[in-house]
Design a protein. Sequence first.
Length: 265
Amino acid sequence: MIDSARLNLPEFARGSVWLVGAGPGDPGLLSALALHALDRADCVVYDALVDSRILELARAGALREYAGKRGGRPSPRQPDISARLIGLAREGRRVLRLKGGDPCVFGRGGEEALALAEARVPFRIVPGITAGIGGLAYAGIPVTHRDTNQAVVFLTGHEESGGLPQSVDWAAIARAAPVIVMFMAVKHLPAIAAKLMAAGRDPDDRLAVVSEASLPDQAVVETILGKAGDLGQLPTPAIVVLGPVNRYREVLNWYVGDLRGVVLG
């Protein structure tokens, strides 16, 4: 693991919960604090997007509990997950809540932190590399470039029920930034594209779908907004990016060939 004393990393106290981001997939993208938590945790409550190689880094003997939520599939209820975290902490355990990406970027980390705070359970939030930035970088797509955009919008492509978000002001989103990054948007991508074009987005805007970001099976589908409805079934998990930054992939597509076989990174 890592030399916690040399790095002067904080104590992972018994009876506390760490909400930790595991990054977009590749174990090499874990932070030092995430590795420290894996090395110290008595139990790891992990979600559906945590790579199995990351779970293998957990301390020998640590309890591992799956608490993943995937759209369209039977999933634990969020109140039950929060209650489980509280219950494990009250047993005097060091509880690691491990989430793909960043826990507070469409990862319900904020909800879980609020539940812990209300229950007066000590907690720490450890950010992770969100797929909306790191996953795109592995596809050769910089989320910002000074020649193309001074702003970026992040949005989720479905709501709690699994349907298209009803509270999103699509007209405002379409105008807000040249680049729009969409999480969990594959299922409703044709409908989202139609709403954005109805609000004035150019049908010729470049669009890319990055699946299994940062992992050896990473795949990228490139098209334009006007043809988003023609893509058919796409592999998930995936991140969708709309806008001019997609053009840089032609030159910056670095994660290819033998690099896919490297154990980390």
